[in-house]
Design a protein around this ligand. Structure first.
Ligand SMILES: *Cc1c(COP(=O)(O)O)cnc(C)c1O
Length: 426
């Protein structure tokens, strides 16, 4: 299957090229040339997660990766469950936080790692990425121990929680973590300088593994099928997605295009509400980003939005299947307490989606909201809001006791460049 650049449709690439390049020319996003629905959804839904997911990804990727190979990659990537938990009558949470770093980003990062491992067989790759928390952990764990791939992760020294830091700086091996003596913007700027420098980019075969990579999006399509597969009745389903960069929502909408019976989507945001305002007024008017409890959704210029628009523009979906709801901090807290009163402990991102769902769900409909992170990942906030202690799952408790292996570095490109070549040589 070919993919094309949404900004420059004449740029067409293979799946392998799209995964390796990340972004197309003029910063355009890649998008599949054609999306074709499955004929027999019930048969697909009756398969186990890994088998069904390989079928879905084969449909999205085409014959570039042989079926048997792809099945192996998917089995390795999706080695944890995505259970649908009943919260109350007609409302379920799809729990996407049972992977190694306890957030849904594990799905995308792990499948991307399998793809790059496949494509790196002939030529070693250096993954360079900057993180303010979650993405770094998902990327580090996904690529840990993969041959021919070195990972360098930059993060602002002293500016992320100690638990977050321990989750990705204690692995060692092919995972190299660098505490930059600066802020997150300086980390991002160092990454950008590295990609802009031909000698570095070509010398160490840089790849960014960032969230707009098409392989990550495709992987996320699979768990929407897993959600519906666990429902007894496959009608009148409304899915609420806690949204920041809108990759998760895009994946859900692609699942619908492939024939999954979801009637309606709600894009739930926090007060960073560029999209809900846009859908109401037709005006794209991002405000300065505001810090909230659901900090992975503190995005005012969502980078996957052009893909959502493409699904409408190319006639795959009607605009009426989507609406968007913003939930403020106060209602996020209320939602967390409301969920607790139902016996369900949740965290701010999922709570935003739950609240938006509650506002929109009509009698007779079945609601699903996505649980994008484990409550323990946002322990301080959750304990504050709920007024009760949260226990750490084993994965977090184990790495909290380990030593960080990070090196410190000045926010200086020459120093980073030297470090990258050193890592690539080893
Ligand atoms: C990344 C993230 C989101 C937002 O997902 P997008 O695909 O960027 O919309 C929501 N919740 C959590 C916990 C996240 O880490």
């Amino acid at each position: 299957m070919k993919l094309f650049n949404l900004k420059l449709p004449e740029q067409q690439v293979s799946f392998q090229q799209a995964v390796k390049q990340g972004l197309g020319k003029n910063q355009g996003l890649f998008f599949p040339e054609q999306l074709k629905a499955f004929d027999d959804i019930d048969a697909l839904l009756s398969q186990p997660l890994a088998v069904r997911s390989a079928t879905i990804l084969q449909r999205l990727i085409g014959d570039e990766i042989p079926a048997e190979r792809l099945q192996k990659m998917v089995t390795r990537a999706f080695n944890f469950p995505a259970p649908l938990a009943e919260v109350k009558d007609s409302i379920h949470c799809l729990e996407l936080f049972h992977g190694p770093t306890l957030a849904f980003k594990d799905f995308g990062a792990r499948f991307m790692a399998q793809c790059l491992a496949e494509f790196a067989k002939d030529e070693p790759i250096t993954i360079l990425t900057a993180t303010s928390g979650d993405t770094g952990a998902a990327v580090a764990h996904a690529f840990y121990g993969i041959d021919n791939i070195n990972v360098v992760i930059l993060y602002p020294k002293g500016k992320i929680s100690s638990l977050q830091e321990k989750l990705f700086t204690t692995l060692g091996g092919n995972i190299h973590t660098v505490a930059v003596e600066g802020d997150f913007d300086q980390c991002q700027s160092l990454v950008k300088q590295s990609f802009d420098d031909d000698e570095t980019r070509e010398g160490v075969h840089l790849n960014s593994a960032n969230s707009i990579n098409i392989s990550r999006l495709m992987a996320q399509v699979c768990y929407y099928f897993e959600a519906v597969a666990q429902l007894d009745k496959r009608e009148d389903i409304v899915v609420s997605v806690p949204s920041g960069n809108f990759g998760n929502l895009t994946a859900g909408m692609i699942a619908k295009v492939l024939g999954l019976p979801i009637a309606h989507f709600i894009a739930a945001t926090n007060v960073n509400d560029t999209v809900p305002r846009y859908l109401k007024t037709g005006d794209w008017a991002p405000n300065p980003t505001v810090a909230t409890m659901s900090n992975a959704m503190d995005v005012s210029q969502p980078n996957n939005w052009p893909r959502v628009e493409a699904l409408f523009e190319y006639g795959y979906l009607d605009k009426s299947i989507l609406n968007s709801v913003a939930v403020d901090e106060q209602y996020t807290q209320l939602a967390m307490r409301e969920l607790l009163s139902e016996g369900y402990v949740s965290e701010p991102h999922a709570a935003v989606a739950y609240k938006a769902l509650k506002r929109q769900l009509e009698p007779g409909q079945q609601g699903i909201f996505l649980g994008t992170a484990h409550p323990a990942k946002f322990r301080d906030t959750v304990e504050n809001v709920l007024g009760q202690p949260i226990s750490l799952p084993q994965e977090l408790a184990e790495c909290a006791g380990k030593e960080s292996l990070s090196e410190s570095l000045a926010p200086d490109f020459a120093a980073l460049k030297a470090h990258l070549f050193e890592v690539a040589k080893a």
